[in-house]
Ligand binder design. Sequence first.
Ligand SMILES: Nc1nc2c(ncn2[C@@H]2O[C@H](COP(=O)(O)OP(=O)(O)OP(=O)(O)O)[C@@H](O)[C@H]2O)c(=O)[nH]1
Ligand SMILES: Nc1nc2c(ncn2[C@@H]2O[C@H](COP(=O)(O)OP(=O)(O)OP(=O)(O)O)[C@@H](O)[C@H]2O)c(=O)[nH]1
Ligand SMILES: [Mg+2]
Ligand SMILES: [Mg+2]
Lengths: 279, 291
Amino acid sequence: ILPFGRDLDDELIDEMENYLYTADIGPRTVQVVMEQVRQAYKDRTIKTTDECFEHLKSILKGVMSSDKTSLVTPQQPPLVILVAGVNGSGKTTSIAKLCKYFRDRDKKVLLAAADTFRAAAVEQLTIWADRLGADIVKKQQGADPASVAFDACDAARARGVDVLIVDTAGRLHTQKNLMQELEKIRRVIGKKIEGAPHETLLILDANNGQNAIAQAQEFGKSLELTGLFLTKLDGTAKGGAVIGIRHQVDVPVKFIGIGESAEDIEEFDADAFVEALFA
Amino acid sequence: SLTKTFDAVRRRFAGKSKLTEANINEALGEVRTALLEADVNFAVCKDFLANVRERALGAEVLAGVSPGDQFIKSIHDALVELMGPEDPSIAWKKDGPTVILMAGLQGSGKTTTCGKLAFKFKNEGRKPLLVAADVQRPAAIEQLKVLGEQVGVPVHAEPGAAPPDICERAVAKAVELGADTVILDTAGRLHIDEDLMNEVSLIAEKTHPDEVFLVLDANTGQDAVHSAEEFDKTLALTGVVLTKLDSGTRGGASLSVKKVTGKPIKFIGVGEKLDKLESFHPARMADRILG
Ligand SMILES: Nc1nc2c(ncn2[C@@H]2O[C@H](COP(=O)(O)OP(=O)(O)OP(=O)(O)O)[C@@H](O)[C@H]2O)c(=O)[nH]1
Ligand SMILES: Nc1nc2c(ncn2[C@@H]2O[C@H](COP(=O)(O)OP(=O)(O)OP(=O)(O)O)[C@@H](O)[C@H]2O)c(=O)[nH]1
Ligand SMILES: [Mg+2]
Ligand SMILES: [Mg+2]
């Protein structure tokens, strides 16, 4: 990106700024971050390209770090996780990954197929449940998603499961009625199980550009998000839009998706993420 | 938004009788920020604005037009020119079935778009056959079958078979079935996955598609050019379908992909239902990118 060991000058700093744009870190966030870098250069606290890199990385690591990246443990089971996000972001597959994550730790998992709209959505989640040894609660196509969530909460308690994960249909934050549907699902879960959903994860596709910020803001208005799950980081997209999100929405990234199989999940590591931005 | 940007540009040129290098450069800086916010690829932005700058410097100032307005118009026109022309054509075969291959990254909207195209062509009096060549994603075949049922067209599926063979057999079977249009739904794949890029290349080799569409999510950011370039190199795309435009995204990825591949954007997806497919209008897209 920048030649190693060179003395900094305005031109090299501009080049550094340009690189940040290519990682989907939008203009607003880039300008905030680069202001700090340029100030450090002015104050002579950074003089070489290496120092510029390290300073930039530490700023970004500061933005991305959080002490709340692990999943909460509720007072009593089940842990209820509500999953939401825009169409095709990777919700259903990420739920399979979370399911495997818990199954590997000998937890009893129940999945709720609350996407009652999209073609073969229930079939897709059912295949994952079968593969991973999880129970599944589902209803007929077109059923009220909130009623699936309702039944799943009952089943979770009756069967004494450790984790209940609720899959929802993809929806755009611009679809008011669908955002209201999501709020209803959440309300129903909260009425059925005290304190639930304990986790509400927004699934974000790392390929998304600046629209991801609007997604996080709008979904955040309808739901109290507790975490972000950044998918498709095995591609070439850097996922930099999540930095802009972290600047504006105080929700930590908890997991990343790095492939299409159930084991392609990792707990979020801010340092590794920032290092990868510059790889 | 670019409306704000253009107001700033107008103010910059206010009271000036001609475009000078200095005020053009400043105005271009503001436009660059707006384009980057719209997800236009950085390198594409740079080229595009360098082009606009050259034109603006060389242009005669028109009588009765403020330099600011003239500058804004030149940006808009350059954008429309780059995004166009409007071309929703399909290279229909005169004899034998027309084959359309749908490819793209995971979750971009391929399967849904296959359903939408089948719906559109059926309403135009054609006889589409849908081909379920994604044997990897759980219930992908089922998903296409449901769409086929909703549209009222047959679906060719062979669970577990190799996608290139499935597609080849489907095209052969199309004639028997009386189908004149074969739409191949393929699995989402990464442009950096050599095996899967070879697979989709083999599908094209065995079926000689008349159209090869990249299905691209309009919300894609800077990376759009990388995948588009790879898919174009591997398949020789004939067009692009831009999906999920109903998200409100400015859709700058469309500009990047058009500039880098030169391939026409033929259709846009504006919703999940079967009738939510429209022809691409370059001027409307230019306005959208400009905010
Ligand atoms: N390469 C890669 N693909 C992924 C990842 N996560 C999900 N996918 C793929 O993305 C596509 C969409 O995944 P889904 O889980 O169906 O997405 P969704 O959000 O549930 O989609 P809708 O329910 O239709 O809104 C599938 O092909 C998945 O295999 C990831 O981390 N990496
Ligand atoms: N709002 C909206 N949703 C869309 C549009 N096109 C597709 N979708 C939705 O996006 C999601 C993904 O669509 P799919 O057709 O499954 O995508 P795909 O490319 O086949 O996915 P893979 O096969 O896993 O790679 C689904 O929820 C679709 O309903 C569109 O134009 N607008
Ligand atoms: Mg899903
Ligand atoms: Mg598909």
